[in-house]
Design a protein around this ligand. Structure first.
Ligand code: PMP
Length: 383
């Protein structure tokens, strides 16, 4: 059957082409619906059917907590894309990468409550690092604000620092490196967006602890499946303990779905999905840049073309989010300015940045993007 399309709230008419102005552009959440058309095209080969009687037991009972085949697929995926070195490293699964972020903080903290680890990140940063660290409120670690506060302090060897480095960064899409270094510093590299849809891949990441997720790779955020690649056995075992005690492993159905999806991703060496994803994201970025180039009131983050070892050429930026700045002195709450123009973004303060900034999601459906660009066009034309 042909999928039945319903018009988005901003459109009406038989072919959904009549645009109405009294609706709100949803540019807040990071649901990666831009990949939905890809999976519609591959509906049959990506489908999963599980019989009621199939594999009912706990994953620890038959030692299948981590599917070996899925580990092999993940290794092959990273070799194919060239975005991470997996050789000689351990791989662990998590309920989304979200579970692995807190597992990593636990595993990298010293288990002596005498000197809790200081957890830091560099603004603007993904809010979950701070929120989770504070929520899980342990004697072993505490959230200690922005990395830049600690950059010039000579840290003595007894204080463990755990730095979150997000590359490419959420919100503004730049490839980043950890700021702190020293034997007392451990870094968690969050590579949720280190895929050719969103960024050039200059070289494979070879860090001690790297976290990935299918949420932004295939777009299946609701499956809740992520993985970490870990160099150190001790850290790996501690993370394993965390996941076992927290959820007794990862749902078999999530692992099975991930396996099926990666099977399709790996067809033709990943060419199809990454070319598809990159083309959409580049197109959206270019159109957004064009609209905002006519504005003196709003500006966008600056990103440059860069060599990508996956596409084997210099390629344009194609970030997941726009990091918009309100330039006028009086526009010190950019979120409200955009909200008044029926554009719903995410406030700068959520990323520990100034409220002159707003993050706009570019990874939602084509309809969502068209609505957003229309609203922006209208706003800019009023300047
Ligand atoms: N890290 C970053 C930087 C993210 O933006 C997100 C999702 N928005 C996550 C991690 C969490 O992803 P997951 O769905 O794998 O839990």
């Amino acid at each position: 059957h042909e999928p039945v399309c319903e018009c988005n709230s901003c459109y009406s008419g038989l072919d959904c082409s009549n645009f109405s102005t009294d609706c709100v552009a949803n540019a807040m959440s990071g649901d990666p619906y831009f990949l939905e058309p890809f999976w519609m095209k591959h509906a049959a080969s990506s489908a999963v059917l599980v019989s009621g009687w199939h594999r009912m037991g706990y994953t620890y009972s038959d030692g299948s907590y981590i599917s070996e085949l899925l580990v092999k697929y993940i290794q092959k995926l990273h070799d194919t894309v060239g975005n991470a070195v997996t050789e000689g490293k351990y791989i662990i699964f998590g309920g989304g990468s979200t579970q692995l972020l807190s597992a990593a903080v636990y595993a990298l903290s010293p288990n002596t409550a005498v000197s809790p680890a200081k957890v830091v990140a560099t603004a603007p940063y993904y809010p979950m690092y701070r929120i989770q660290t504070q929520f899980f409120n342990s004697r072993d670690f505490s959230y200690e604000g922005d990395t830049t506060l600690w950059k010039n302090i000579s840290v003595n060897d007894t204080t463990r620092f755990i730095e979150f480095a997000t590359s490419p960064n959420n919100p503004e899409g730049k490839l980043t490196k950890a700021l702190l270094n020293g034997s007392n510093v451990k870094t968690i590299y969050d590579h949720a967006y280190y895929w050719p849809h969103f960024t050039p891949i200059p070289s494979p990441s070879d860090e001690d602890l790297m976290v990935f997720t299918i949420s932004k790779l295939t777009g299946h955020a609701g499956t809740r499946f992520g993985w970490a690649i870990i160099k150190d056995e001790e850290v790996y075992l501690k993370m394993l303990t965390y996941v076992q005690l927290n959820t007794m492993g990862i749902s078999r159905e999530a692992q099975l779905r991930a396996l099926k999806l990666l099977d399709v991703v790996l067809e033709r060496e990943g060419r199809e999905i990454f070319e598809f994803g990159y083309k959409i994201m580049r197109d959206r970025w270019m159109r957004l840049k064009k609209v905002l180039s006519k504005s003196t009131r709003f500006s966008l983050q600056k990103l440059s073309p860069q060599y990508c070892s996956f596409f084997k050429r210099v390629r344009d930026p194609s970030p997941a989010y726009a990091w918009v700045k309100c330039e006028r002195q009086e526009d010190n709450n950019c979120y409200e300015i955009l909200e008044a123009a029926s554009i719903n973004g995410a406030e700068g303060i959520a990323f520990s940045a100034d409220n002159r900034y707003v993050r706009l999601s570019l990874i939602r459906s084509q309809d969502d993007f068209e609505i957003l660009i229309n609203k922006l066009r209208i706003l800019v034309s009023k300047e």
